[in-house]
Design a protein around this ligand. Structure first.
Ligand SMILES: Nc1nc2c(ncn2[C@@H]2O[C@H](COP(=O)(O)OP(=O)(O)O)[C@@H](O)[C@H]2O)c(=O)[nH]1
Ligand SMILES: [Mg+2]
Length: 172
């Protein structure tokens, strides 16, 4: 399972929709009124299906709200194959502490730096390759509204959830 996590309003749900398309169910997380969307993404040339969960917005791993508690429980109880931390390129520095918390919790993560279009408009320039080297986890810049970066993101997800499928470019 791939869990999409991050602060509110960074584009998690739009990214979730782009990855999953039609196969989505929305239900209350058990014992709560918090809605969680679950769907399936087809990844790689072989179309390997993997579950994707759109978690409620969270600012860090120390929950204050019921939404944050649900997001934390999805991460710690369901142990995703990959945690995709979605961030806002305009405020990346403020969001990286949560990336580090997720890494410290021992979760396998990849970082999507979304809203790159808005960051560019504001003259924010980011060296995502340097960040990737420093963090030691995959980092990809995205614009979920236009689809920019989503192809590379899919490759990263494929490599994380199914290394064999990612290595084999051709299916037999
Ligand atoms: N300009 C721009 N808008 C985006 C991008 N990604 C998402 N949005 C918009 O940001 C808003 C919040 O997105 P949403 O997916 O609901 O965020 P969530 O709260 O993290 O689930 C929506 O209006 C999206 O259309 C992006 O890369 N660029
Ligand atoms: Mg959302």
């Amino acid at each position: 399972m791939i869990a999409i996590v991050g602060a509110p309003n960074v584009g998690k749900s739009l990214l979730f929709n782009r990855l999953t398309g039609a196969y989505v169910t929305v239900s209350n997380y058990p014992g709560t009124t918090v809605e969680v969307a679950r769907g399936r993404a087809r990844l790689g040339v072989c179309g390997v299906e993997v579950e994707v969960v759109d978690t409620p917005g969270m600012y860090d791993l120390f929950p204050l709200t019921e939404e944050e508690r649900v997001a934390r429980r999805i991460l710690l109880d369901e142990r995703p194959t990959l945690v995709l931390h979605v961030t806002d390129a305009k405020n990346l520095a403020r969001m990286l502490p949560m990336t580090l918390e997720l890494m410290e919790a021992g979760l396998p993560i990849a970082l999507a730096v979304n809203l790159m279009d808005e960051a560019e408009e504001r003259g924010v320039s980011l060296d995502l390759e340097a960040l990737e080297r420093r963090l030691g986890v995959p980092v990809v810049g995205t614009v979920c509204t236009s689809g920019l970066g989503l192809e590379r993101l899919r490759e990263i997800l494929t490599a994380c959830v199914d290394p064999d499928a990612a290595a084999i470019r051709r299916c037999h």
